[in-house]
Ligand binder design. Structure first.
Ligand code: NAD
Length: 290
């Protein structure tokens, strides 16, 4: 299959490399030359611009930071909707606000381009090991068409509803992830301030009811204060904004989500925006003067 892949960052680069390894003909574009170089090193073709990556593609995947980049690449002049042929399947795997996913799908319908929102969970490790969880919004038929491509990238691939639903599920994912990081951070502060070895304490937590993927995968790096690269606090700040906007749209109250959003905002304000979100530990420490 001929694939166009736009956005070759922390997540996009390993995902595009898996698609090359699976035998697809992948043309990729990123505004960052080093990112394009990673695709070439993996055996793909570095395109000169987004339109060049999309021309002639059966499937286009976007893995961009936020909605302004998706709007520019997909809706902008010379972008995906201008260049892609009728019947092309656009799978936007970026985490963005649901209303943009819906607007993109509506704009694409006029051009006979099929669209899915398919954000992911599993982090950098999930992208590198092709074990992502992928939550897909759009039609059943387009989901069925996308599945063979998505199966190269992930393990849990679920159609969750119409356009925008994938993004709502991702927003729910992000508020849970942010909350767990915030509480693991507070557990470390409490353990260390009480003179208990945090690594040993978290080993016990990981085996009990408090156990989680975050404790399983990240407790060592958190206790060792290794905070990057991975999922930047800046991106989690964006995602908490999406979650709170979705809550407002749905007319529900999510008080803990609001608190987690403020912790993430504090991390950004303290200058940790480029660190992995496990650096919420630094926020928890500073709140206790440690
Ligand atoms: P990233 O910043 O590492 O990668 C994004 C890439 O897009 C960058 O290489 C950037 O140069 C490129 N880009 C920006 N504007 C562009 C444009 N106009 N045209 C072409 N390329 C452009 O971010 P990431 O961590 O790979 O995250 C990508 C998306 O996936 C985000 O929406 C994020 O929220 C989501 N996500 C990230 C993780 C993670 O652990 N990093 C996990 C799940 C979901």
């Amino acid at each position: 299959m001929k694939l166009g892949f736009i956005g070759l960052g922390v997540m996009g680069a390993p995902m595009a490399a898996h698609l090359v390894a699976a035998g697809h003909d992948v043309s990729g574009f990123d505004v960052n030359a080093a990112a394009r170089g990673k695709l070439e090193a993996a055996g793909g073709r570095a395109a000169g611009d987004a339109g060049d990556a999309v021309a002639g593609a059966d499937v286009v995947i976007t893995m961009l930071p936020d909605h302004p980049q998706v709007e520019a690449v997909v809706l902008g002049a010379g972008g995906v909707l201008d260049v892609a042929g009728r019947g092309t399947l656009l799978i936007d795997m970026s985490t963005i606000r649901p209303e943009t996913s819906i607007a993109v799908a509506e704009a694409a319908r006029d051009k006979d381009i099929r669209v899915l929102d398919a954000p992911v969970s599993g982090g950098q490790a999930g992208a590198e090991q092709a074990t992502l969880s992928i939550m897909v919004g759009g039609s059943e038929a387009d989901f069925a068409a996308a599945k063979p491509v998505l199966e190269v990238l992930g393990k849990t691939i679920v159609h969750v509803g119409p356009h925008g639903s994938g993004q709502v599920v991702k927003a729910a994912n992000q508020l849970v992830v942010g909350g767990i990081y915030g509480l693991v951070a507070e557990a470390i502060v409490l353990l260390e301030a009480s003179g208990v070895d945090a690594a040993t304490g978290l080993d016990v937590l990981a085996g009990g009811l408090a156990g989680s993927r975050i404790l399983e995968l990240k407790r060592k790096s958190m206790v060792d204060r290794q905070f990057g690269p991975g999922f930047r606090i800046d991106l989690h700040h964006k995602d908490m904004g999406i979650a709170l906007a979705a809550a407002r749209q749905a007319d529900v109250a999510l008080p803990l989500t609001g608190l987690v959003a403020q912790l993430v905002a504090a991390g950004r304000a303290m200058g940790y925006g480029s660190l992995d979100h496990s650096a919420l530990l630094k926020v928890a420490e500073q709140l206790s003067g440690r």
